[in-house]
Design a protein around this ligand. Sequence first.
Ligand SMILES: Cc1ncc(COP(=O)(O)O)c(C=O)c1O
Length: 287
Amino acid sequence: MPATTTTRPQLSYLADQMNDLNQRGTHFNLRVLEDEQVRTVSGTMSIHMELEEKIARFKNTEACVVFQSGFAANAGTVSAILGKDDFIISDELNHASIIDGARLSRAKIKVFRHKDTAHAEELLKEIAVEPGHKLLITDGVFSMDGDIGPLPALCDLAEKYGAIMMIDDAHSSGVLGRNGRGTADHFNVHGRVDVQVGTLSKAIGALGGYVCGSRDLIDFLYHRARPFLFSTSHPPSVAATCIAAFDVLEQEPERIDKLWGNTRFFKKELGALGFNIGGVRPACAPS
Ligand SMILES: Cc1ncc(COP(=O)(O)O)c(C=O)c1O
């Protein structure tokens, strides 16, 4: 069997990275280990910044910070931006990392029935006169049921009640919106979502998570998000893989069309066999 070779041009700079490291006089494997540290000490390489800039452009936001996982991105962000006098208004089926972040923040947690925007409004009304910050949060595509969150209606509520709007797009990025830009792009609510979280472990096929938003938000997270501050950064190979994957999304949208074609086929055939198939979640088994 012939040896596997890297033929994709998007991955060619992995080799450049290796050459660069070798020229610095250390064996590649050891050099990579030497570079691993928390981001704020010596763990930030130019390739980490390159990845963050690439994701921010892709998501049409000012800035981005990459975490070690999507779990760390959610939990680290919610616990950093809220405190004990604040409120989180959260869909009952939101991901565990949001729930854990909310608990860590010590904010008061208000849970609305799944996708029930009238219930979300009731909860927001109840706390309208409270001085604390309010964070309204939904998954873009729900991880267990595979359905899409009612983002435009939630954005309306966030604006009406002065809440921060946050989405967890772990299952929507690479799937929904132009070139897989996610739920905000799918619903064309650019500029109305303050915090967009994503993972690099699903459609991107590597490891990590990210938060996109304003420059101020990201600078704040650089200084206050505990997983970013106190846990080792990605090896450069992971960052390079993610950059290559975003290139694929930008340059080969036909892959997303194919994904949706496969989904339609899969759902049609399962439906014909009598299965109840809700949700969109094309990359996984439907609920
Ligand atoms: C909705 C949602 N958010 C966040 C995560 C966590 O992502 P990661 O696996 O990158 O930690 C997952 C993982 O399954 C998820 O389904």
